[in-house]
Every structure is written in C-alpha cells, then in structure tokens.
Design a binder for this molecule. Structure first.
Ligand SMILES: [Zn+2]
Length: 195
C-alpha cells in the first residue's frame, strides 16, 4: 500500500521494482513467506499458540513496533521468535499481591525493547491512563482509539465482530486509521491461517 502510494506520488522507482510491486499479492516486507524455514517456524509458533504466531508476524512486518506475550513462554518459544528475526526480552513485573510475573516482549527495534524495559521493568503492572497511552504507542494502536478507550472502554463502533476480533485494540467509532490497519492485519491473519 505504501509503495503504491509512493509510486502515484511520482517517486522515481526503477521499472523492475515497479513491476514486482504491482504483481505482488502480499509477500511481506521482511520475511520471505514462501521459504520453507519461515513456514516451519511460523507453524511451530502456531502450535504453541495461534495468537503468538499472529503477534510475531504483525511485529515482523512492522505493523506493531513491539508486542507483549503475557503467558509463560519457554526457551524454545523464545528461540522461534528469534528465528523470525525478532529481538526478544523477558521482563519481570509484579502484581498487587507482590507475586512475580514474567512477560516476554519482542520487536525488531532494540530501542523499543529498551523503552519498555526502562518504563516497566521490575515495576508493578498498572492500568493507568498514562500506561495505556504509552503501551498503545509501543503496540502500534491508533491514538484516537487509545483516547476513546481511556475515556470509555468498549464504546460501540462501526466495525463488525469479525473485524474487531483480529485487532488487538478496540477501534474508536468511525476510525479512519483502523480501516487502513485492518487491511494489513487481515492479510497477515489470512496468511497465517493458510499455513
Ligand atoms: Zn481510532
């Protein structure tokens, strides 16, 4: 989508690249989705949890700058994420009772892992508006949706249940950004289902 917009804006792109972009369906910006190694790795992630594989692909493709996995994940799971080209980190948090919780975060961008760790490492889990804003920024949520969610969570929107289900944020009523994001999310979701 971005490429096509750039092309129509008159950027000087070599002809061969233009042809490749025009004929491609969804090949992914980074991962080679046709490679058998990538397929195996994604299938293995799917076996652990579909949502983990989905988050990994969304993050690999840059649709989410950073993702967080809150369920336990062993070294094998971590290694699979690394094999898709993601950087990973385990973050120790605490809950109100003082109990320790280990989160796994992953991103292609070391700075984002650093930002998360700096802000949340060894800190209690909290749901303040400030935290939700910062998490939303790291997770790639549209600011309009974050604000609406903080104001009033789960306000009815004009997105279908099926569409809302494949998102990780609650879309604001007539969200223009979500409409665009949704197409990209759908491509990844469908791809994952085809594996
Ligand atoms: Zn929105």
């Amino acid at each position: 989508m971005i490429w096509l917009r750039l092309l129509s804006d008159g950027w000087n792109i070599p002809t061969q690249i233009k042809a490749d972009v025009m004929e491609s369906k969804y090949r992914g910006a980074n991962l080679d989705f046709e490679s058998s190694e990538v397929k195996k790795c994604v299938r293995d992630l799917k076996e652990i949890d579909f949502e983990l594989a989905y988050l990994a692909l969304l993050t690999c493709e840059g649709l989410k700058p950073l993702s967080r996995w809150e369920k336990p994940l062993d070294d094998n799971g971590l290694e699979l994420l690394r094999q898709t080209g993601l950087l990973t980190k385990r973050i120790r948090r605490t809950v109100k009772t003082g109990k320790e919780v280990i989160e796994t975060i992953f991103s292609k961008l070391p700075a984002y892992l650093g930002l998360y760790e700096q802000r949340f490492g060894n800190r209690p889990i909290d749901k303040s508006a400030q935290t939700q804003r910062f998490e939303g920024f790291l997770f790639g949520y549209p600011p309009c949706c974050i604000n609406e969610y903080i104001r009033k969570p789960y306000t009815p929107n004009n997105f279908g249940t099926e569409d809302q289900k494949i998102l990780f944020h609650w879309a604001c009523r007539d969200c223009k950004i979500t409409v665009v994001l949704l197409n990209a999310y759908k491509s990844i979701y469908d791809l994952l289902n085809s594996y």
